[in-house]
Design a binder for this molecule. Sequence first.
Ligand SMILES: Cc1cc2nc3c(=O)[nH]c(=O)nc-3n(C[C@H](O)[C@H](O)[C@H](O)COP(=O)(O)OP(=O)(O)OC[C@H]3O[C@@H](n4cnc5c(N)ncnc54)[C@H](O)[C@@H]3O)c2cc1C
Length: 403
Amino acid sequence: MTEAIPITIIGGGVTGCAIACELSRTLDDQIVVLERNKTIPGDNQSSRNSGVIHAGIYYPQDKGHLKATLCVQGNRILYEFCKEHHIPHKQTGKLIVAVNSNEEAYLDDVLKTAIDNHVPGVQRIDAAKVNDYEPNVNATAAVHVPTSGIVDAGELVRMLKSLAVNVGVVFSTGTRVENIVAKRRGFDIVINAGNTRETFETNTLINAAGLYADELARMVNPGSPYVMYPLRGEAAKFSCAKRADLFMRGLNVYPVPWAVLPNGDRLDVPFEEFQRLFLEGKVTKSVGAHLTSTFDIADGNPVIGKTVTIGPVYIGNVGKEDYHQTRNKQHYLAAVKPFFPNLELEDITLHQAGIRARLKDHYDFVIERDACHPDCINLIGIDSPGLTASLAIAKYVRELLHG
Ligand SMILES: Cc1cc2nc3c(=O)[nH]c(=O)nc-3n(C[C@H](O)[C@H](O)[C@H](O)COP(=O)(O)OP(=O)(O)OC[C@H]3O[C@@H](n4cnc5c(N)ncnc54)[C@H](O)[C@@H]3O)c2cc1C
């Protein structure tokens, strides 16, 4: 009889790779990562996102304690990690812009949450200062967030995997977990790798399966309460080198967060009404379609490039792999024109879609031991800011394992 694998991680996205890297640094136990994609990085949330290093300004502690805490911690650790391992990244800073007095009420709420979450250096600035940062942006006021930035998510995942492989972690790609049988101690994992189906035993299971984490949690424990409500984010892009009036200095520029109905549509209401609906769980909060720079390579080095992405714009309750784009250029133009007025329809081309592991009726990340089978740690609902928080999430899981 073969021996049980001490630790099995399901999912080779940024979360699974970060956990593999973190645990392999501190434990001697054999770790295996199972990934159904044929490659890592593969096609998943970690490769279809905006690449923004969030500062932690959006997540109220009472609704999203883990998002709030792990985003701020993750932001700091991610910059250090990127510097140490030469991963393309840049601390660009971010502007959240209000274009009228109602939006300024939303802006003040962002500022309050940022202060509650101890986000460093955040400042409210006036219209003139906004134009010092980004001359072509229109605003009545803004919040400037110096710790926001961008990262090459693919390179981050590649590096995490390579560091883990170097200390003996085994990555089994093209391997789909089809079933999990929880035993009195440990688990039987049924995998399908190409045409071979086999079962092996593991002592500790870490479920980092992104959009499928809810289904895998129910294989372990049919009573698991979490249900995915996948949210597709679609994006477009333009070249800021096309005309002088489209020029951008590279900051991430966001509108104020807005209310999103369950179907993904924006609800435009005064701030007090938004707050009531948000606390009642009738709307969620979206960071809104924003402008984000991307990297070019110049002389072998990553530099802020000419391509600026617009988005994501969200559509709710879609299929977990339904990536087809439904929003037209007019939709993107309408979303950003109020704060980026020189953009025209012919400047825009469609870019990509990604699907967020948003949970139904649950705002925060879920990172916890299964209630009936505590040797399984579930990571469910790791949507934005999961990329930013990934290294902090990994440390949190290590503490949960040791605790
Ligand atoms: C449009 C969009 C924009 C975003 N923008 C940002 C941003 O700017 N900043 C930020 O911080 N975050 C952002 N996010 C969120 C961030 O991308 C995610 O939180 C993060 O990538 C989650 O990583 P993950 O490893 O948990 O999930 P994933 O990357 O989805 O990885 C899960 C992996 O599990 C594998 N898997 C699933 N089921 C099985 C199975 N049965 N067997 C084997 N393997 C399996 C999948 O193939 C997949 O590779 C964005 C997300 C989207 C979609």
